[in-house]
Design a protein around this ligand. Structure first.
Ligand code: ADP
Length: 369
């Protein structure tokens, strides 16, 4: 089967890496000539936001999927009209691309998500009480396009673009759950993972699994995933990012309609990885079991502050000496501050041991130039 992927980044790369054990041809589209997928797939250099480029790329594929959601969804809709299978479908991609539509989707489907107000130039007065979070309707990713407005003074910095103003949640934990649905309507859910963010870069730092939650909290999450999967009306693999607040209530922050950084530890920690699952979704195959087989965690390898240029992974040989520790690099030659260059997965027999190992590994490596 000819499988086309919009985006040629690390998510596509790890999908192809996993799927090479089956018999398919992978085609990728990315603007960067040295994108992580450029030398492991049939690669087209081009803009996945451009209507004609996406149409041309997709028209001779059996199925087209995405590894980034900022793509030209109108072109995907046209491909669907022409009989190309698109996973996930263009409609859900459009909904998720726009924060305003995404928030309405949660509201309509009774999925708990923080209270919000739409700021789109049609209303002149902001009613949302301080403090709140402003999220741009389009164009935000990795913490860009999100700002906290705490005081009247901060109100001067409000972006003027269309956006969502959202109640600031008193966050206890940031959790993530990856769900999958194939064309036959079969569904499967990964165990919940917990994210520990780096406050400075706003990028995911550690990600651990499984997470010990009370039955009551697990029930809230089950209810969210069930409602989401019933409402989504598309095959796909989706990462639902959750907030657990200090009162024990679970809220949906946002959903990514694709493979996700918060699922990388599944490569060695679960019976099957998110990449295996994505492959099965794309091909409408029976979904894989997702059980956590051990405690697992992931450390993002991001470019250190102050270094730009040809990448050097300092301390890597020391890491390779550690048991139950797995390095995944993304094939990026140039580092810059905050750039995601790879990750390291670590396995352990308990949460305590896992955290110790992750902290140890983090102290060992540095991504420099
Ligand atoms: P992105 O898509 O850029 O990752 P998010 O919507 O996930 O943006 O926001 C980035 C971070 O900002 C979140 O991980 C969380 O820490 C914080 N944040 C977002 N929304 C809220 C909120 N309503 N209340 C408190 N913190 C929030």
């Amino acid at each position: 089967m000819k499988i086309g992927i919009l985006g040629g980044g690390q998510l596509g790369r790890m999908l192809i890496q996993e799927a090479l054990k089956y018999d398919d041809e992978f085609y990728t589209l990315d603007p960067a000539s040295d994108a992580p997928c450029h030398n492991i797939s049939y690669f087209t250099q081009g803009n996945f936001n451009d209507y004609d480029t996406v149409l041309e790329f997709g028209k001779d594929k059996d199925v087209v999927t995405i590894e980034i959601e900022h793509v030209n969804a109108d072109a995907l809709a046209e491909l669907e009209n022409q009989g190309v299978k698109v996973v996930p479908n263009s409609q859900i991609i459009k909904t998720i691309q726009q924060k305003i539509l995404q928030k309405k989707f949660y509201e309509e489907n009774n999925i708990p998500s923080p209270e919000f107000e739409i700021m789109d130039g049609s209303s002149d007065e902001i009613k949302m009480p301080l403090p709140f979070v402003q999220k741009m309707n389009t164009g935000g990713y990795d913490g860009k396009g999100v700002q906290v407005i705490r005081t009247n003074e901060d109100m001067k910095n409000l972006w003027t673009q269309d956006s969502v103003l959202e109640k600031l949640v008193d966050i206890d934990k940031e959790l993530s759950v990856i769900v999958a649905r194939n064309e036959n309507g079969e569904t499967q859910t990964f165990p919940v993972t917990e994210m520990v963010a780096d406050p400075k870069l706003n990028l995911l730092d550690f990600n651990v699994c499984p997470v010990h939650l009370t039955e009551e909290i697990e029930e809230q999450i089950d209810s969210i995933t069930e409602k989401f999967l019933a409402a989504v009306n598309s095959p796909g693999l989706f990462a639902i990012e959750l907030f657990l607040d200090k009162k024990g209530k679970v809220w949906v922050n946002e959903t990514a309609p694709r493979l996700h950084n918060s699922g990388h530890q599944s490569q060695e920690g679960n019976a099957n990885s998110q990449f295996e699952q994505m492959y099965r979704v794309v091909k409408n195959l029976p979904l894989a079991d997702t059980d956590a087989i051990i405690y697992s965690g992931m450390l993002n390898l991001v470019g250190a502050e102050g270094f730009s240029g040809k990448v050097i992974y300092e301390g890597m040989e020391e890491v390779l000496k550690l048991p139950e520790t797995y390095i995944h690099l993304y094939g990026k030659t140039e580092t810059k501050p905050g750039r995601k260059m790879g990750h390291i997965n670590v396995l352990a027999d308990s949460r305590e041991e896992l955290m110790e190992k992750l902290i140890q590994v983090k102290a060992m490596v540095r991504v420099i130039a």
